[in-house]
Structure formats: structure tokens, C-alpha cells
Write a protein that binds this ligand. Structure first.
Ligand SMILES: C[S@@+](CC[C@H](N)C(=O)[O-])C[C@H]1O[C@@H](n2cnc3c(N)ncnc32)[C@H](O)[C@@H]1O
Length: 187
């Protein structure tokens, strides 16, 4: 994935389509935007950093944990293209409906948003994934999600305030740190 792939995804997936009607005027502001239920559509700068670290390629299988408004699910869908697969999971039932409705307008039938199962992190039944994006801050590295990574797979996850890039290679896990960010908690 190069800069132009990412730029195209941001240009073609309009953030305004993933905001509540009374917040659409804020789409161009580089800040998180409230989407209800104490949750946010993430700050564009942060999403860009995370997607750069994730290095998504056409055809990848991707898990989007905390799909919220559906914006990141749609951006990932654009990056993987029709030969790929993006599975969004979201804990808040009304946001599952909101995000899935927003995503449906883009007609990418290789993307979906489902309710996260209480007590189950990610979507282990459909693992492994080439890429996992986590848009809420874990207290510690979520080993359940590391276990859902394919061989060579990459996860980008905030742990506390640190943005981590986690790459799985056999039994080895390579972890690098990429700055500090503020996120709603992973529950
Ligand atoms: C920053 S928000 C939404 C980010 C989203 N990618 C977007 O741009 O709209 C993070 C979301 O993670 C959800 N969440 C928190 N813990 C979760 C979990 N264990 N499984 C799935 N979703 C979770 C929250 O309900 C919230 O909607």
C-alpha cells in the first residue's frame, strides 16, 4: 500500500457519510466526532497513522474491532478491494445498526459489521486475519487478538496511550511503538 492508495481511500470514502446528520458539518475537522453512546468517529489524523502502520493490501482478510460509525470498515474495504474481506465487530448494538447502515451505502459486499459477542474479543470463528485494526484502547496487549493473526499478520492496537504495531511470525511476536494517542477503552 502506498500513500496514493490511502489518499484515494480517504477521498472516496466520505467521512460525512459516517456521522450523525447533526454532526456532518464537522466532517472536515481533524478531531474525533461524537456518534452517540459515549463513542466517537475517530480523528482523521489518527486513522491515517493507524492505516499507514497497518499496510493493508488488495485481497487481505481484515478484522476491524470497534467499527463504530463504519468509517474505518469502509476505508479498509476500499483498500482490500473486492478480492478481500473486511469483518467489523462492534459492542454497542445501536452502533452496529448505525455503522452497518452507513457502510451499506457504499455497496462493498466484501465488507460487513456484526455485533461483538459479549466476552469474546474479535471474531475468532472467522480467523486468521492478515490485518487487525483495533480502534479502542486495551489495558494490555490482547493475546486473544494476537491469536487471530495469520502467520506474518499485522495488528495495530492502542495499549494504554501507546500505539503498537504487532507482527506475528510463527511463535514470535514483533512489537513496535508509534507515539501516544487517546482512545475510548476497549471493553
Ligand atoms: C473510537 S470508537 C469508533 C471507531 C470507529 N472505527 C470509527 O471511526 O467510527 C471505538 C468503538 O469500539 C467499540 N468497542 C469497545 N470495545 C469493544 C469490543 N471489545 N469489541 C467491539 N467493539 C468494541 C466502542 O463501542 C466504539 O464504538
Amino acid at each position: 500500500m502506498d500513500e496514493s492508495d490511502l489518499a484515494r481511500a480517504f477521498a472516496e470514502v466520505d467521512r460525512a457519510d459516517f456521522l450523525p446528520p447533526d454532526r456532518r458539518a464537522d466532517a472536515g475537522v481533524d478531531e474525533p466526532v461524537a456518534i452517540g453512546h459515549g463513542q466517537t468517529n475517530s480523528q482523521p489524523y489518527t486513522v491515517r497513522v493507524m492505516l499507514e502502520l497497518l499496510d493493508v493490501r488488495p485481497g487481505h482478510r481484515v478484522l476491524d474491532v470497534g467499527s463504530g460509525s463504519g468509517w474505518t470498515t469502509a476505508l479498509l474495504g476500499h483498500l482490500v478491494g473486492p478480492d478481500g474481506l473486511v469483518i467489523g465487530v462492534e459492542l454497542e448494538p445501536e452502533l452496529v445498526r448505525f455503522g452497518a447502515g452507513n457502510l451499506a451505502r457504499y455497496g462493498m459486499d466484501w465488507t460487513s459489521i456484526s455485533p461483538a459477542e459479549e466476552g469474546v474479543l474479535g471474531a475468532p470463528d472467522q480467523a486468521p486475519y492478515d490485518r487487525i485494526l483495533v480502534s479502542a484502547a486495551a489495558r494490555e496487549l490482547p493475546s486473544a487478538l494476537v491469536g487471530q493473526l495469520a502467520e506474518g499478520g499485522v495488528m495495530v492496537v492502542p495499549v494504554g496511550a501507546d500505539m503498537l504495531r504487532v507482527q506475528r511470525g510463527g511463535e514470535d511476536i514483533d512489537i513496535t511503538r508509534h507515539g501516544t494517542f487517546s482512545f475510548v477503552p476497549l471493553r
